[in-house]
Design a protein around this ligand. Structure first.
Ligand SMILES: Nc1ncnc2c1ncn2[C@@H]1O[C@H](COP(=O)(O)OP(=O)(O)OP(=O)(O)O)[C@@H](O)[C@H]1O
Ligand SMILES: [Zn+2]
Length: 647
């Protein structure tokens, strides 16, 4: 035992220390949480001896051999990004000299110095790449997610289910953090609970009666910018027609948008800026103002005049706007906003006229930010809402919640605590209680601002039997690269070897086969696989439906054509009948405490605890009702109809 390992061995005991050292860990993401996790893994000795579990392993002869000396990486880091100046305040493995270098490489270089026994392999790539297929994931004992987006989190969740490797999922938002251990068959997966949808605003609030800065920002970003330079608002998730919206008003707003399309045709002409300005900040506002009933309890908007505002400005308004746009910390005056608005219209028009078909808002695209900031401020002024600096508007428009280094560090340490438990579950009692409970791993919440406990835990829930992601059976489909295995071959294999009769096949590209869709049978399967995320879902459409089958594909370089199902044949169980809410294995919506989603923008650990409390209260009140002899309400399903039955 090396001196550096003594502290760990005293804390964890020798068997667990050995298990930790022999593990092989995949870390996805080397950003705020990832840097901290990597440092913790390395300092705790993860992967410092050659792996005995993963496919890389096999027990290695010399016990003194370290992972570094054996050349077998114990830790693999995958990150697609390069280092940015804005990362340096919290991603402490990086320094100024590393800016523009790949995060994965620099993270490896710096962290390796903390423990030379660990052999780290760094990949500057996206985890979606086909090289990171199920064969790759199967070589790990543990995967840790330190990502910042839902799509990648979902993908890794599926890959870990397919490879049957435990996953530790982590995320922070501001002062809150969350860590969730996931293991196929033992716990819920990342997708067992629906994720909260992005908050959207009623269309009338955005277009007619804004009362907050965010309403004006959403108007500029999701209505005005797309109408002038991109696709229209109907495709934006920020704005929706809601029940509270007035139908007549919605129809008028559609007409208004049509009129704006006519103005768009003037792009490139000298009068373009004035026409846009007068249309949206004068004519549309005057129309709104004339709807007197709307303003009975609100202050009516005051329209603006381009001519009047321009009169007090520098002759070269575009140049003036360009100079002002640099001052992103200052709150511009209304006249300044006119200048920046004119300048940004000119810049975006030039981009459009020189070939850019669609310009979408991106907080890091300064031209679109200049446009949104100035337009939002002009609209705020009209509705008597406080103006903001461009920097503040960027935070709001980009839904930016500041990253807190301490939250990341605490969350990363919780990840490693859960990693110890998962490793412990492998010790001695494989197939026993420890393995089933994942070594006592928990869902952990960090709430650094809490006046009560900063760290709270919840037991991990069992898998949701209705989860479309973890309830199917997973198998592998090997496709030889050398030739063209056609979709027909897969259909035949599924009939002969799995026993499916009427079924549909779906890939990332949509449904490619079902009993009424046979057009694609002669097309190469590989094309569909590479278009999507490598997963193919087979769903039974017959009466006695079997459970769904998810095939994770591995495209292999080779001379031969063909496909191979692994395992070669399967006997799949029938789909479970839909359970009544009371019976649903702890998953009845009413009685189950649903933890908040990890690191979705609304993550709020206390909300998880609150729901748990509410659920418990509901169970208690049901018990009381039963005691009091009051009939409980049962939900009975009858041929798809839901009946309320009180006997
Ligand atoms: N598909 C992916 N494959 C690999 N790495 C990914 C993928 N998607 C995101 N990442 C990485 O996950 C990390 C998340 O880290 P973090 O949340 O700190 O984001 P950041 O981009 O570094 O910081 P910020 O967004 O706050 O400026 C990033 O380094 C990002 O490159
Ligand atoms: Zn699930």
């Amino acid at each position: 035992m090396q001196r550096r390992d003594r502290g760990i061995a005293q804390s964890l005991g020798l068997p667990l220390t050995k298990c930790v050292k022999e593990s092989r860990v995949l870390l996805v993401g080397a950003g705020g949480i990832g840097c901290e996790v990597l440092k913790n893994l390395v300092c705790c000795g993860f992967g410092s001896l050659p792996s005995v579990y993963g496919a890389q392993g096999g027990v290695v002869d010399g016990t003194e051999q370290t992972a570094a000396s054996s050349n077998k990486p114990g830790i693999v880091v995958v990150d697609l990004d390069t280092i940015d100046l804005s990362n340096l305040n919290r991603q402490f493995l990086f320094r100024k000299k590393h800016i523009k270098k790949p995060k994965a490489f620099v993270a490896k270089e710096t962290a390796s110095q903390f423990n030379p026994s660990v052999n780290i392999d760094a990949h500057h790539a996206s985890i979606f790449d086909s090289q990171y297929n199920v064969d790759f994931f199967e070589t790990f004992d543990l995967v840790v997610n330190a990502l910042d987006n839902l799509a990648a989190r979902r993908h890794v969740n599926r890959m870990c289910l397919a490879a049957n490797v435990p996953l530790i999922e982590s995320g922070t938002t501001g002062f809150n953090g969350q860590v969730q251990a996931i293991k196929k068959g033992a716990t819920e997966c990342y997708d067992c609970n629906p994720k909260p949808v992005q908050k959207s605003f009623p269309i009338c609030t955005i277009r007619s009666t804004p009362s907050q800065s965010i309403h004006c920002i959403v108007w500029a970003k999701s209505y005005l910018l797309p109408e002038l330079f991109g696709t229209s608002e109907e495709e934006s998730a920020d704005v929706a027609v809601t029940e509270g919206d007035n139908a007549d008003e919605v129809a008028k707003l559609k007409e208004e948008a049509e009129a704006l399309k006519n103005v768009r045709r003037l792009m490139g002409k000298s009068e373009f800026a004035q026409e846009v300005f007068d249309k949206v900040f004068h004519d549309d506002i005057e129309r709104l103002r004339s709807m007197t009933e709307m303003w009975q309890s609100r202050r009516p908007p005051e329209s603006l005049s381009f001519d009047k505002l321009k009169a007090g400005l520098n002759a070269d308004i575009i140049k003036h706007g360009r100079t002002l746009a640099v001052q992103d910390q200052a709150v511009w005056s209304v006249q300044d906003d006119v200048a920046v608005f004119t300048y940004s219209l000119d810049t975006l028009s030039n981009r459009c006229l020189t070939g850019e078909k669609v310009i979408e808002f991106d907080k890091d695209d300064k031209d679109t930010l200049d446009f949104v900031a100035s337009a939002a401020n002009l609209r705020s002024h009209i509705f008597d809402i406080p103006l903001h600096s461009e920097w503040e508007i960027k935070q709001m428009a980009g839904n930016i919640i500041p990253a807190i280094a301490t939250s990341n560090a605490l969350t990363a340490s919780l990840c490693v605590m859960e990693a110890f438990k998962i490793m412990r579950s492998r010790l001695g009692s494989v197939g026993g209680k420890e393995e089933a409970t994942l070594g006592g791993a928990k869902m952990v919440f960090l709430n650094s601002r809490s006046t009560e406990r900063m760290i709270t835990t919840q037991n991990l829930a069992p898998p949701n039997p209705d989860c479309p992601v973890c309830s199917p059976v997973y198998a592998k489909l090997r496709l030889q690269d050398g030739g063209e295995a056609m979709l027909q071959e897969l259909v035949d294999v599924l009939r002969e070897k799995v026993g499916y009769e009427d079924f549909a096949i779906t890939t990332g590209a949509g449904i490619i086969y079902d009993p009424d869709l046979e057009d694609n049978l002669a097309k190469p399967l590989k094309d569909y696989v590479t278009q999507g995320n490598g997963f193919i879902t087979v769903s039974d459409e017959s009466d006695e439906a079997k459970v769904d089958l998810v095939l994770s594909t591995v495209v292999q370089i080779g001379d031969e054509a063909g496909l191979e199902l692994v395992p070669e044949s399967m006997e799949l169980p029938s789909k479970p009948k839909k359970a009544l809410p009371e019976e649903a294995n702890g998953h009845a919506a009413k009685v189950r405490a649903t933890p908040e989603t990890v690191a979705a923008p609304t993550t709020n650990p206390s909300a998880g605890a609150k729901r748990k409390r509410e659920a418990e209260e509901e169970v208690e009140s049901a018990k009381k009702r039963a005691k009091a002899g009051k009939p409980e309400v049962h939900v009975v399903e009858d041929d798809g109809a839901i009946l309320l039955d009180d006997d």
